[in-house]
Design a protein around this ligand. Structure first.
Ligand SMILES: *Cc1c(COP(=O)(O)O)cnc(C)c1O
Length: 355
C-alpha cells in the first residue's frame, strides 16, 4: 500500500532526491568511489558545495553581502552560536514555543534576554502581534514556524534591530526578503535535506560586533572565511541538500513551493474545519502551512487511538501530534503531494462516516 509521509522531521523528501543521493553513495561522479569515502577536499566535491550555495542564493534571491554556510550541530547548536556571535548586552526574543524557549535559554548564558511577547498563556496556539522591539537590543530572534504547535510567521517582519530567524521547518517554502534578516538558520531535516547539516545564511557585516572571544568552531567568521570547509563538513547531507535545491529549481522555485503549500493547506484545513469530529488547534490567522495540527472535539476524545490506528492502516505515516499538543499533526513540507493531502482528507471523511 502507498504510504504518505506526514512526519514532522526528519521528514519527507522528493523520491528523486533520495534516489540520487543513494546513487552517489554507491558511485560518486563516476569515480568508482562512494560519496561516503571521498575527501571533502576532493576536486569533485568542492563543486557540490559551490553549487549548493549558488542555488540557495538564486532560489532565495539572496543579496550581495550574505554568505551561505553548511555546518554541523543542528539548529540546537545555533541557539548557542547566535548569542555567542551577536549578543553583546541584550537580545530580544519572541517566544512562540519550545524551540524559541530553548533558544532563549542559551542566550541567557551570554547576556540579558528580553522576552518581547509570548503565547505561552494559550499553549502557543497563536503568534503574538502586539509587541515592542527594544531598539537597544543587539538583535531580535524569532522562530518562523513552530513545528510542534502548527503556527507560523509567514511574512518577513520589520525589525529596527538585526533580525535573526530559526527557519528550520518552513525554509524554502515561500519567497523571503533576505535583506530584512541579519541571519537565517535551521536544521536541514525538515524541508531541505536529510539530517546532519545545518544551513546558515548570514550577513557578513553583522558579524564581529561582540567583544568576547569566540571559540574557533563556534565563530561564524571561521566558516565564512573557509567556505564551510574549516573542518570536515557533513558531506552526504550537503549532497542531498544540493539534489533538493536542484529539484526545487526544476519545479518552479520557492514561488511554486509557496503556491503548493497554500493548496495543500486549503485542502487539509478545509477538511479539519468541515469534519464534525475534528478541530484545529492553532488560531486561524496564525496557522502554519507546514505543520497542520488538529485534535478531536471534546465529545469525540475517546476516538484518539482509533483514528490513529485507522489512519495508519490507510497508509498515513507520522500523523500523531507532538505530546505537548496531543491529537494529530499533518506535516506538509515541500515534497508532500496534493494527492497525499487528498488521501488524508479521504481518510478523515471515511472515519467521520463510521461515527
Ligand atoms: C526541529 C527544530 C529544531 C531543532 O533542530 P535540530 O537540528 O534537531 O537541533 C529547532 N527549531 C525548530 C523550529 C525545529 O523545528
Amino acid at each position: 500500500m502507498k504510504k504518505y509521509n506526514f512526519n514532522a522531521g526528519p521528514s519527507i523528501l522528493p523520491r528523486e532526491v533520495i534516489e540520487q543521493t543513494a546513487a552517489a553513495c554507491l558511485d560518486f561522479d563516476n569515480s568508482g568511489l562512494s560519496l561516503m569515502e571521498i575527501s571533502h577536499r576532493a576536486k569533485n566535491f568542492q563543486p557540490v558545495v559551490d553549487e549548493a550555495e549558488a542555488l540557495m542564493k538564486e532560489l532565495l534571491d539572496i543579496p550581495e553581502g550574505y554568505k551561505v554556510l553548511f555546518l554541523g550541530g543542528g539548529a540546537s547548536l545555533e541557539f548557542c552560536m547566535v548569542p555567542y556571535n551577536f549578543l553583546e548586552k541584550k537580545a530580544a526574543y519572541l517566544n512562540t514555543g519550545v524551540w524559541a524557549t530553548k533558544a532563549m535559554k542559551e542566550a541567557k548564558l551570554f547576556g540579558e534576554v528580553v522576552e518581547i511577547a509570548s503565547s505561552a498563556d494559550k499553549n502557543f496556539t497563536y503568534i503574538p502581534k502586539n509587541y515592542t522591539i527594544p531598539t537597544d537590543a543587539d538583535y531580535l530572534h524569532i522562530t518562523s514556524n513552530n513545528t510542534i504547535y502548527g503556527t507560523e510567521i509567514r511574512y518577513d517582519i520589520d525589525s529596527p534591530v538585526p533580525l535573526i530567524a530559526d527557519m528550520s521547518s518552513d525554509f524554502l517554502s515561500r519567497p523571503i526578503d533576505v535583506s530584512k534578516y541579519a541571519m537565517i538558520y535551521g536544521g536541514a531535516q525538515k524541508n531541505l535535506a536529510m539530517a546532519g547539516v545545518t544551513f546558515v545564511i548570514v550577513k557578513e557585516d553583522a558579524l564581529g560586533k561582540v567583544s568576547r572571544q569566540i571559540p574557533t568552531m563556534l565563530d561564524y567568521r571561521t566558516h565564512v572565511k573557509k567556505g564551510s570547509m574549516f573542518n570536515t563538513p557533513p558531506v552526504v547531507p550537503i549532497y542531498s541538500a544540493l539534489m533538493n535545491l536542484r529539484y526545487i529549481k526544476a519545479h518552479g522555485g520557492v514561488v511554486a513551493m509557496d503556491k503548493l503549500a497554500k493548496q495543500r493547506a486549503e485542502i487539509v484545513y478545509g477538511e479539519i474545519d468541515r469534519n464534525k469530529l475534528f478541530v484545529g488547534t492553532a488560531e486561524e490567522d496564525s496557522r502554519s502551512l507546514m505543520n497542520l495540527t488538529f485534535v478531536l472535539k471534546p465529545e469525540y476524545q475517546d476516538l484518539q487511538d482509533e483514528f490513529l490506528a485507522f489512519a495508519t492502516e490507510k497508509g498515513m505515516v507520522g500523523v500523531k501530534g507532538h505530546r505537548d499538543v496531543g491529537g494529530f499533526r499533518a506535516s506538509c513540507y515541500n515534497a508532500m503531494s496534493i494527492e497525499g493531502c487528498e488521501a488524508l482528507v479521504a481518510c478523515m471523511k471515511e472515519f467521520e462516516a463510521k461515527h
